[in-house]
Design a protein around this ligand. Structure first.
Ligand SMILES: NC(=O)c1ccc[n+]([C@@H]2O[C@H](COP(=O)([O-])OP(=O)(O)OC[C@H]3O[C@@H](n4cnc5c(N)ncnc54)[C@H](OP(=O)(O)O)[C@@H]3O)[C@@H](O)[C@H]2O)c1
Length: 255
């Protein structure tokens, strides 16, 4: 199936992470040039290699989402190197917060988390939506989490931010649909990324796998494939949706 993405330009946040890398590579395989936003240039280089191996252009945009004032400049750099407006915005970055209950959180810790996961991505929206409106085509796909809908232990701010994302994209969808712009959330449960592996001991990993209907956690590419489809011309009538890619972790598996 031709996804109708050839020659489009994307900006992917968290592009040095395991999921962001698969998303960037998946888009490049469909003919997309990709701007890779993150802080760790070494990890972004590894993603750029995957994009170039698919025959597409990659530009590394080193930027800290915790500095929202620098986002317009990051978008401008992406436009200049990729030589045109950005039509696809995938937000896959997430603050690597320390797990903790709300009663143990300092205000400073919560503020930093909010700045990275809300301040940065929100600041990226105006210049990117401007590009999408000019192109009369746009795809906004942000990575949520079942934690935003079902809750999760020891991550109150993270869960709240992911719930905020769901409300935000519905609004973006309503406000920009007539410009050919769609906005959706992909909502994973557990993905076998290094972030997941580092934080999960063997017993917990087995418990999380058993909590799904499929009996296993997702691979990054299983989530990335859904993101690529939502970015495509083929997903033209899907907007304002929160799409679980959760292996049934949001179902009642107790029976
Ligand atoms: N893994 C799971 O089980 C799971 C489950 C549900 C949802 N998710 C979601 O899936 C997405 C990817 O998760 P992952 O497991 O691949 O996480 P990850 O490996 O930690 O990747 C997240 C990326 O976010 C970037 N990032 C963090 N803080 C940043 C900042 N201040 N400025 C710029 N970039 C920043 C990091 O890039 P740099 O290192 O370059 O700064 C990192 O590459 C996240 O949205 C996460 O919430 C994951």
């Amino acid at each position: 199936m031709d996804l109708g993405l050839h020659g489009k330009r994307a900006l992917v946040t968290g592009a040095g992470g395991d999921l962001g890398r698969e998303i960037a590579a998946g888009l490049a395989a469909e003919g997309v040039d990709v701007a890779l936003l993150g802080r760790d240039v070494g990890r972004l280089e590894a993603t750029a290699d995957r994009v170039r191996a698919a025959g597409r252009s990659a530009v590394i945009v080193p930027a800290d989402l915790g500095e929202p004032d620098s986002m317009a400049e990051a978008v401008q750099e992406a436009r200049e190197v990729l030589a045109g407006p950005i039509q696809l915005f995938v937000h896959a970055a997430a603050h690597r917060f320390a797990l903790g209950k709300a009663r143990t959180l300092s205000v400073a810790t919560s503020e930093e988390h909010l700045r990275v996961d809300m301040g940065g991505p929100l600041a990226l929206l105006p210049p990117l939506i401007e590009d999408m409106m000019a192109s009369r085509f746009g795809r906004i796909v942000w990575i949520g989490s079942t934690a935003g809908r079902l809750g999760a232990g020891k991550s109150p701010v993270y869960s709240g931010i992911k719930a905020f994302y769901a409300g935000l994209v519905r609004n973006l969808a309503v406000d920009h649909g007539t410009f050919g712009i769609t906005a959706n959330i992909v909502e994973p449960s557990f993905i076998a990324t290094s972030r997941f592996v580092e934080r999960t001991d063997e017993a917990s990993a087995a418990r999380w796998a058993a909590a799904t209907a499929l009996g296993r956690v997702a691979t990054p590419s299983e989530v990335a494939d859904v993101v690529t489809f939502l970015c495509s011309a083929r997903a033209s009538y899907v907007t304002g949706a929160v799409i679980p890619v959760a292996g049934g972790a949001d179902l009642n598996t107790l029976w």
